[in-house]
Design a protein around this ligand. Structure first.
Ligand code: HEM
Length: 400
């Protein structure tokens, strides 16, 4: 399906420090046709109630490695993989093997480690020459070190895998040959890593426990699935959170009134983190592409047609006036903030509790340690990481 009227997607990041203007009024129609970077079109579901119910609807499939489904980009397959079945029951079995490591209780046990890492990073920041670039000083190293600990990956590998992951996630940033080089390089790295972990099992890490399941050889986990999920957890485990820490902090430093509200009442940290997640100005919904297996009527009777490529728009749902009062206002005291930033249903983000914990630790520690911290450049000049899967700020220079 392709028509002239399709709106280019992801939406442009204007104004710089707020949610895209294109989200204003978008929910007048339950479905909006958008044009992806590949040139293909997809239907964007705009309203909260529809997005929430479709996340839990098995008439939408995540098996999108088919010629009739839109591609996000022609240059990169991203997460599209014909060898992985993204629907129940296969997905349910696989997901069950990893979710135990991500329960709220287990994540709370990681909080002291996240705090220790953050304190060390902030110590280093305090003695560095100003301005300091926040992505490299805090936003990336924190989630990377935490996911390395959880998965049991040697932290010294991070320089190697970061370059490969960055290329793997290119939408239009890199030419196809370089994307391919990174995809292959990342897979080779994982093969090496899993061989290493087989020979040197950790005491309590997720890759070691997945290898044990695999080696029991009772068909619960194939070798390919082991590699695939290790890759997904590594990538999802830091790229999104790092991008959110960087952009959310930039917004808070731009809005010094909000920063001061938090500094006067530290109990606001969790609700501030949720509000920054709701207004998620670090990325779009391109990761949530699905195909409709049947005609599906939406709440207002509009039909989502069988065969359509579908994007469940968390960012539009989060701006739904029916659900959120003054949705375009950043209100860090907002109660009942049931945003859709982590999705919902059977694919609900495995790492939501982990991301929340890291965001809380990073936000509070930074604002306590550097009470006068501010952006070192005008907010409007912060560059976006365009052409990647996450379009957060590519650099956030700060001073104090
Ligand atoms: C701010 C940070 C994060 C955001 C905004 C985010 C967002 C999302 C969203 C929207 C989905 C659902 C996609 C869909 O239904 O199509 C998802 C799934 C997922 N997320 Fe996250 N995520 C974040 C952090 C993390 C972390 C820290 C991990 C940890 C490893 C993680 C692991 C996953 C995995 C494995 C899935 C796939 C779940 C499934 O298919 O069952 N995410 N995430």
């Amino acid at each position: 399906m392709s028509t002239q009227s399709a709106i280019p997607y992801p939406f442009p990041w204007t104004p710089v420090m707020e949610v895209p203007e294109a989200l204003q009024g978008l929910r007048e129609n339950a479905l909006v046709e958008v044009r992806l970077p590949s040139g293909d079109t997809a239907l964007l579901v705009t309203r909260y109630a529809d997005v929430r119910s479709l996340f839990a609807d098995d008439r939408l499939s995540k098996n999108i490695a088919r010629p009739d489904v839109a591609r996000i980009t022609k240059d990169n397959d991203l997460f599209v993989d014909p060898k992985i079945d993204g629907d129940p029951p296969h997905h349910t079995r696989m997901r069950g093997l990893v979710t135990k490591a991500f329960t709220a209780r287990r994540i709370e046990l990681l909080r002291p480690y996240a705090q220790q890492v953050t304190d060390e990073l902030l110590d280093a920041m305090a003695t560095a020459e100003k301005p300091v670039e926040l992505n490299e000083a805090l936003a990336f190293p924190l989630p990377i070190l935490v996911i390395c600990k959880l998965l049991g990956i040697p932290p010294e590998d991070r320089t190697k895998f970061r370059r490969l992951v960055d290329g793997f996630l290119s939408v239009s940033k890199l030419p196809p040959a370089e994307v391919e080089e990174c995809r292959t390089g990342l897979w080779d790295y994982l093969v090496e890593l899993i061989d290493y972990k087989r020979a040197n099992p950790g005491e309590d890490d997720l890759i070691t426990s997945l290898i044990k399941v695999r080696d029991e050889d009772d068909n619960r986990l194939s070798e390919y699935e082991l590699h695939h999920w290790t890759r997904s957890l590594l990538i999802a485990g830091y790229v999104t959170t790092a991008s959110q820490i960087g952009t959310a902090t930039a917004v808070l430093l731009h809005r010094q009134d909000l920063k001061k509200q938090i500094q006067q009442d530290w109990t606001l940290v969790p609700s501030a983190v949720e509000e920054m997640l709701r207004t998620q100005i670090m990325g779009s919904s391109i990761g949530t592409l699905r195909i409709a297996l049947e005609d599906i009527p939406l709440a207002d009777g509009t039909i989502l047609p069988k065969g359509a490529s579908v994007l469940l728009s968390e960012e539009s749902a989060n701006m739904d006036e029916e659900i959120f009062k003054d949705p375009f206002t950043l209100d860090i005291q907002r109660a009942e903030n049931h945003h859709m930033t982590f999705g919902a249903g059977i694919h609900y983000c495995v790492g939501a509790a982990l991301a929340r914990m890291e965001l809380q630790v990073a936000t509070e520690s930074l604002l306590r340690r550097f009470p006068d911290i501010r952006l070192a450049v005008p907010a409007g000049s912060l560059p976006r990481a365009l052409g990647g899967f996450m379009e957060g700020f590519s650099a956030v220079p700060v001073t104090w």
